[in-house]
Structure formats: structure tokens, C-alpha cells
Design a protein around this ligand. Sequence first.
Ligand SMILES: C[S@@+](CC[C@H](N)C(=O)[O-])C[C@H]1O[C@@H](n2cnc3c(N)ncnc32)[C@H](O)[C@@H]1O
Length: 233
Amino acid sequence: MKIVETQDGSHTVYASAFDEHYHSTNGAAQESRHIFINAGLKMCEKTEIRVFEVGFGTGLNAFLALLEAEQSGKKVFYSTIELYPLAAEDIEKLNYPQLTDCHCGQVQNCHCGLDPQSPENYFQKIHAAGWGSRVEITPHFSIEKIKADFTEFDLEENVDVIFFDAFSPEKQPEMWSEKIFAKLYEHCNEGAILTTYCAKGSVRRAMQTAGFAVERLPGPPGKREILRGIKRI
Ligand SMILES: C[S@@+](CC[C@H](N)C(=O)[O-])C[C@H]1O[C@@H](n2cnc3c(N)ncnc32)[C@H](O)[C@@H]1O
């Protein structure tokens, strides 16, 4: 595992086993906010939201979801699956809590008011949470980290928002199949939203065949389009 600084100053990880970065090298935090927080979580109108993430990785998406829950005052029940957890010594090097003066990385409009140096550091708390049970990090945000192979996993509860953040279809075609999207669709509440960075035609068609109404949205810098699927009944 190699830690790499991306163009917005936030880190990502390069996984040599997959020959792929965990995020866009054009800006990791910028990409996660754009695809998963702004196009996904923020579009859900519920006040109690169940989020499921495919690929916990560095915990960046989970951390940004926590910050959004703190800002919106909504309650987020976050579940995430990961087959290859990162080593603690790699996680410690990630600069997400220290991006700027604040956790949210938006100096101009900082909404988190959190001190990155504080022992209350939420990023560390997310990583300190054990695998296999739900842990409350703040009154607005709890997390259940599942250590399992997503291709063999069945969701137990229905969800409202899905962060689909697997490695690319070129590297892991089995994660992007129609069968996988059908399994997720089955566990979506009405109106549930799935977002992903991948805009490939084959992925869009697999999502549509599974039942999602799919739209193409403008991507973050360096990426023309992303996909958002909605379960409309
Ligand atoms: C693109 S990275 C995800 C980045 C992550 N969301 C973040 O915020 O850092 C893809 C992740 O999926 C995980 N993964 C790969 N195959 C998996 C599988 N079969 N089941 C569960 N997780 C898997 C990888 O280990 C990696 O952490």
C-alpha cells in the first residue's frame, strides 16, 4: 500500500494488488463529497437514513458522511463492507482530519467546527470501531463495519442510500454484475439512491436491468460523468 497526495491535497491509497488508487488522483476528498455526499446522501429527504457502502477502504466516505450528519442534524446509520482492511499504520498516515483548519476541508464555509487535534477526533473513532457490531460515534452517526466478501454477502436490512465504491469493473467485474445490483435493489427502500463514480454503459445497463432508474450526472474534476440510480416504485 502506498499513500499518495491527490490534487486537492487530500491523500489516497494506491493498491498494487489491483493496480488502482482508492480515489481519483484529481482530488480524493473532492471526489467523495461530489459523488457520495452531494449526489447521494444529501438527496435523501428522510431524517433517519440507512447508508450502505461497498468498500470501506480508508474510511473517507464514512468520515464525510459523519460530518454531513453533524451539519444536517439528521441521523445516519452507516453500514460498510470491506474484505481487505487497511493496516492501522497506513490509516494513521492519512491526512483527512488535518486537510485544512477543519474536518470538512471547506475553509471558507467550515461547518464542522471540530478541532482536528482533539481526542474527539471522529476519523480515529470510526477506525477504532470494531468489526461486526454497530458503534455510536456521535448521537447523529453510528457505524457497523462488516469484514466480508461483498459478492457473497446478503444485506439484512433495507437501506436508503448506497455508496457503490468498489474497484473498477476492469479490475473487479464480479462486483458490477446485474446480479449484484439486483441484490442491492431488493434491499432498497422506496426512493433509495445509489451513486457511483463509474459511468460505463455496461454498468448503467446492469443497474437498469436490476430495476434502478438511472441518470448520468456531471462528475467531479477529471471525470465527465457519474451514475445515480433511484428505486422508484
Ligand atoms: C475504491 S476502494 C474504496 C474506497 C473507500 N470507499 C474509501 O472511502 O476509502 C474499493 C474498496 O473495496 C474493497 N474490496 C475489494 N473487493 C472487495 C470484496 N469482494 N468485498 C468487500 N470489499 C472489497 C477494497 O479493499 C477497497 O477498500
